[in-house]
Design a protein around this ligand. Sequence first.
Ligand code: NAP
Length: 490
Amino acid sequence: MLFYCSIHARMPQGEMRKPLLGGAAEPDVPACDLKSPAVGILGTGDFSRSLAHRLLACGLRVIVGSRSPDRNADRFPAGVEVSTQRDAAAQAHVLFVALFPDHYSSLAALKGELAGKVLVDVSNGTTLNRSRPSNAEELAALFPESSVVKGFNVLSAWALLNGPRDGSRQVLICSDDFQAKNRVALLARSMGFVPVDMGCLSSARDIENAPLYLFPSWGSPFLCAVCLFFSFYIYNFFRGVLLPYVIKGHNVFYKLPVEMVNETLPLVSLVMLALVYLPGLLAAGLQLLRGTKYQTFPMWLDRWLCMRKQLGLLSFFCAAMHALYSLCLPMRSSARYKLLNAAFKQVKLGQESSWMEQDVWRMELYLSFGIVALGVLSLLAVTSLPSVGNSLNWREFSFVQSGLGYAALSISTLHTLTFGWNRAFDPGQYEFYLPPTFVLAVLLPCIVLLGRLALALPCLSLRLARIRRGWETRLHQVHFRLPDEDMSTV
Ligand code: NAP
């Protein structure tokens, strides 16, 4: 353990983080201490080469064990010793097993040399493993006299080669041998990565599965956004394109690619933003109703609460797309023709000005609310980045996510209401007995905002604050009795 500490202390910081390869050029390799114990790597593939580069750049002595050292030696930079697997196993105290798990059994002949050594299993699975033993556990079963540590598999060969500046910095590590785990953690730190202790070797399956997940927390929020988008789009299509064509013969199919998408995106954004704050209200309502916070929420509510960040980011994405589409609207030929036609009609009527004071104000307010809402949503999106969120304390974070979040929801709702203006009360807007989509879209945000206002009433907010501090209604209070009390009552 001391060995890696001393190396780390000796190495200047800049030197350690130096990129190893600039294209095909040889890396600027610092001299390593030839007397120090070597770090071994078994296998000469892509991962092995990148790892050898990185270890060498950290000033460590590296010995690579290969089945055919002569054939593979020239694939490694000068300074890396390429030898037989037996030689590497004998010389190194820590050995990275950079082979595919199918080939672990080929190392069985080295059991004697590997006894008492630390073996780092860097392998990944090819499919999600939910029940089988992990690769690391299989390696540990093959070499019971060695200490197996799982780690480094979450880094790609590319990330290893480029160092921690470019790729992820975290290295998940687990082992049943505490000392061996510490040793590998220090080694990871000396390479500029951040080791994360995941506990015993039984966690290896999770670590091996980690690179195989495909956006695990985004599935439901994404599905929700897609469903909302298609529901509003199809509704808009029926109401604004298909029915006018069938009933009145108006051909406005040109609206489908841009105008209709632009009408749908803000509706999805607004409803998604309301969905971010609705589960918090439901949770507060449940706590008030139950009179305690010590009862678990239903599973669906728990899951909904966990996906608020993703719902918020998707809402921001739709709002940003709506802004882009809106900026592009005047570029379309249809917009140009419409403008010219309106101007021609005006000239024909001999009308000098078409200025409508109320319409001008409506548009100014509508745009202003939209710009501010997008600005606040951008702030929320930025603070949800881990690097930014981690720099805020709890009060700052909850002010941004709750205070600014509700501000964004209120301003976005105002943006939609100014778009609708008095049209919500105009019977002419309910053509084919179908309400305009903005009426449908503001329903949920209005419910959420009214719910939030209700929770701000002192009678509810004080009770909720007490419940969240641990107070419970009598119904839930557990009365403890001292043994003497029991005796006296008998
Ligand atoms: P690779 O390029 O295919 O190299 C594997 C090495 O295994 C070969 O160079 C060879 O070395 C040895 N080998 C091949 N066939 C063998 C056999 N039949 N018996 C014994 N040894 C044999 O693989 P890799 O991409 O470096 O990956 C190695 C391990 O790292 C895998 O477990 C992988 O999951 C893990 N990993 C890789 C990456 C990555 O980005 N590549 C990222 C994370 C984890 P010799 O001929 O010199 O013996």
